[in-house]
Design a protein around this ligand. Structure first.
Ligand SMILES: Cc1cc2nc3c(=O)[nH]c(=O)nc-3n(C[C@H](O)[C@H](O)[C@H](O)COP(=O)(O)OP(=O)(O)OC[C@H]3O[C@@H](n4cnc5c(N)ncnc54)[C@H](O)[C@@H]3O)c2cc1C
Ligand code: SF4
Length: 505
């Protein structure tokens, strides 16, 4: 274990962050690095619990107590090898994972110190920071290098989508010798890591560094290629022995209230990718730019996407009072960007109408407070009469969550079966498109325990299979799907599995 008495002697240290006044001036990451001696002290707090809940609650099965101990003793290289044995991309999860491991850390139960800083997980070991610094040490020392396969199998796999699920699967499959081609409809690989999650959470150089590693290992990337449009399903079937769908779940929930189509009302997933492109130096035509400077903004939603909108708006110089409304009975998740702006965050708010001016530009938002009551076993929303209010806004960003993968094109043409939340029967993508015309529902591509869809040789992983989720789950899904594909192609596999994740799933 770390230091026998470390958990008694050493206090938890808050994550070092750049000063707010400085970080809102740029798009670089808001976390600052730990001093290494401090970090080793933090690792020394680990008690090496008999039942390490941190490990069992990590979807990837990261061997947390073991690498905490290695870091405390200064054995960084061994820590890196251990971390990589369960996680292809620890520098991603070390930055942006909500860290269920820290929620579960036994130290939280023994000490109930007040949360000294918003976003800190009580008294847990600072697991996520240790993970990030192990990975960064590996890059700095030149220990992270390509691992090309020593023997080729002659089998080929098409991975469609280059988010964390697609990248993890591609790396696992290549390392056991398959020809792996990743198709991506965007102009660069990374999925939501590249065109969703802002640079102030994850700078894009980290994503580029990993895709370069995959390229050097022999993974081929075709960007600007939408399968189902630029390449037909028939061509795909003909050219590859197996197909992995890692297309994400980016079909967003729609706002159905009056005023939805006014100028100045945007889906978050139009706004955020545009911001990331501009931060990367792309020249977006003036007419297409979503302008925020000097505007009064409202964000509808309370999750990651909403918080990422907030952080971008702060950095673009909107009017300081940003409104963030969440319809359910849950305050928007506090994140470092909430410290930057002190937004007007409210739960239980239903937006009823957006009002426009004579030019069709949004100018106000009408809303009402609601309460949630269990009626006939279901939480049901009720308006609170008299609580209606109107605020002036001239920019509205819709970040109300995602309902499933895009059905048109690829999934429709493949004809893979779709499962709908709350329904026992599967349906075809065409039937699902029809259902969505009638009512909203959450859905995903159906697969068995072997990650295979209803179509032989076609597998699915990540958000496309489990619905909108987390990067850590996407990496797990990619790794597990790769193992199943290898077994399908070769009859047996030596790729590792993480059985406890199945229990968590
Ligand atoms: C704004 C935002 C912020 C988030 N922040 C966090 C966070 O802080 N921490 C966290 O853990 N999770 C976060 N998430 C969730 C996380 O990003 C996702 O769970 C994860 O990226 C899913 O990975 P994936 O590989 O399944 O899909 P994605 O990352 O969605 O990648 C799918 C890729 O497939 C491509 N594609 C789709 N169809 C085709 C086609 N027909 N042909 C070719 N390419 C195609 C898409 O262009 C995309 O690049 C966030 C999500 C959003 C939207
Ligand atoms: S639960 Fe916390 S203290 Fe226990 S082994 Fe895991 S990180 Fe260490």
């Amino acid at each position: 274990m770390g230091k026998d008495t470390g958990f008694i002697e050493i206090e938890k240290q808050a994550v070092p962050r750049r000063a707010v006044a400085e970080r809102v001036q740029d798009f670089r990451e808001y976390d600052a690095p730990f001093e290494i001696p401090d970090l080793r002290k933090q690792a020394a707090r680990c008690m090496d619990c008999g039942i390490p809940f941190c490990h069992t609650d990590c979807p990837l099965g990261n061997m947390i107590p073991d690498w905490n101990d290695l870091v405390y003793r200064g054995h960084w290289r061994e820590a890196l090898d251990m971390l990589h044995s369960t996680n292809n991309f620890p520098e991603f999860t070390g930055r942006i994972c909500p860290a269920p491991c820290e929620e579960s850390c036994v130290l939280n139960a023994y000490y109930t110190l007040d949360e000294t800083e918003r976003g800190q997980k009580k008294n847990s070991v600072t697991i996520e920071q240790i993970e990030k610094h192990i990975a960064e040490r590996g890059w700095a020392e030149g220990w992270i290098v390509p691992h090309s396969p020593t023997k080729l199998t002659g089998r080929s796999v098409a991975v469609i989508g280059s988010g964390p699920a697609g990248l993890a699967a591609a790396q696992q499959l290549r390392r056991v010798g398959h020809e792996v081609t990743v198709f991506e409809k965007d102009d660069r690989p990374g999925g939501l890591l590249a065109y969703g999650i802002p640079d102030f959470k994850l700078e894009k150089r980290h994503v580029e560094r990993r895709t370069e590693q995959l390229r050097a290992e022999g993974v081929v990337f075709h960007t600007n290629c939408e399968v189902g449009h630029d390449l037909s399903v028939a061509e795909l079937r003909e050219q590859f022995d197996a197909i992995l769908l890692a297309t994400g779940a980016q079909f967003a929930r729609k706002l159905t209230t009056e005023g939805r189509d006014l100028e100045g009302v945007h889906d978050a997933m139009n706004y955020l990718p545009q911001r990331n492109r501009m931060v990367a130096g792309a020249d977006i035509p003036e007419a297409d730019r979503i302008k925020a400077q000097g505007r009064t903004a409202a964000i509808l939603g309370g999750g990651f996407t909403a918080a990422d909108c907030l952080g971008n708006l702060n950095r673009q110089g909107v009017n300081p009072r940003i409104h963030q409304f969440e319809i359910v009975n849950m305050q928007p998740r506090p994140t470092p960007v909430h410290e930057e702006a002190d937004p007007d965050c409210r739960a239980n708010i239903l937006t009823e109408r957006l009002l426009g001016d004579e030019q069709g530009r949004v100018q106000a938002l009408q809303a009402v407070r609601v309460e949630w009551k269990p009626i006939a076993g279901r939480m049901t929303m009720e308006r609170i009469p008299g609580s209606e209010f109107t605020i002036k806004v001239d920019l509205v960003l819709l970040a109300m969550g995602f309902i499933g993968p895009v059905l048109e094109g690829l999934l429709h043409d493949l004809g893979v079966q779709i499962s709908v939340r709350g329904q026992n029967e599967l349906c075809s993508p065409a039937e699902m498109i029809e259902q969505l015309r009638e009512r909203e529902a959450m859905y995903a591509v159906h697969a068995g325990k072997d990650f295979m869809t209803s179509e032989p040789g076609v597998f699915v992983a990540g958000d496309a299979k489990r619905g909108a989720s987390l990067v850590v789950w996407a990496i797990w899904e990619g790794r597990e799907a790769a193992r199943c594909i290898d077994e399908y192609l070769m009859g047996a596999t030596k790729l590792p599995t993480t059985p406890q994740a199945e229990a968590l799933a």
